[in-house]
Design a protein around this ligand. Structure first.
Ligand SMILES: Cc1cc2nc3c(=O)[nH]c(=O)nc-3n(C[C@H](O)[C@H](O)[C@H](O)COP(=O)(O)O)c2cc1C
Length: 178
């Protein structure tokens, strides 16, 4: 199926009768073909309370300077904390941490009562277990439509490695053999 998201050409290439909701669903499903890892991003809100959310929009940007990005939905409860905070920590999840991903994908849930964590550099909450960790200073917010792209400068990082948690077509997956 070919679907155009350009309003100027949408009526030409979108199957007749497709509603905006159906078109959005088709775009989401098509984007889901792109396989990603899964991260949990954490920070503190203006009261100093830990906040965090599951994110798969994480990506590397630059080695020198060391920059990464991820995007946050404008409707996320933790939106203000992340877009106004000094920084955040990105935790790359391991293959056996699907429960952690589900926990931090819960909207406004009590997320930190159910995982082991401690206070890391800059007062940012740090999960005890993950495959890789990036402590970042927030350097820029970039408008990204219904999301905001957060650009972070990596100030500390570490990796324990191991099998990663993989996300594809809306489902967790295991890596195929070597
Ligand atoms: C695998 C996975 C990846 C996700 N990636 C993102 C993302 O990149 N950006 C985002 O805003 N939400 C993403 N979400 C959704 C948030 O985790 C979810 O909306 C969460 O409830 C937000 O928490 P909050 O509303 O308490 O801030 C993802 C969810 C899952 C399960």
């Amino acid at each position: 199926m070919t679907v155009s998201t350009n309003p100027a050409t949408a009526t030409e290439t979108t199957p007749e009768g497709q509603t905006p909701a159906e078109r959005a669903r088709a775009l989401r499903d098509t984007l889901g073909q792109f396989t990603t890892g899964v991260t949990v991003v954490t920070t503190v809100d203006s009261s100093g309370e830990p906040v965090g959310m599951t994110v798969n929009s994480f990506n590397s940007v630059s080695l020198d300077p060391a920059l990464i990005l991820w995007s946050i939905d404008r409707s996320a409860l933790s939106y203000s904390a992340f877009t106004q905070g000094q920084g955040f920590a990105v935790h790359v999840l391991k293959g056996d941490q699907q429960h952690v991903s589900n926990l931090f994908a819960g909207r406004g849930a009590d997320k930190f009562g159910q995982v082991k964590w401690h206070t890391g550099p800059g007062g940012i909450p740090q999960l005890d277990d993950c495959a890789a960790l990036f402590h970042c200073r927030r350097v820029q917010n970039i408008d990204g439509g219904d999301h905001t792209i957060l650009l972070g400068e990596v100030v500390e990082f570490s990796a324990t490695g191991g099998d990663p948690l993989v996300f594809h077509c809306g489902r967790y997956r295991a890596l195929a053999g070597e």
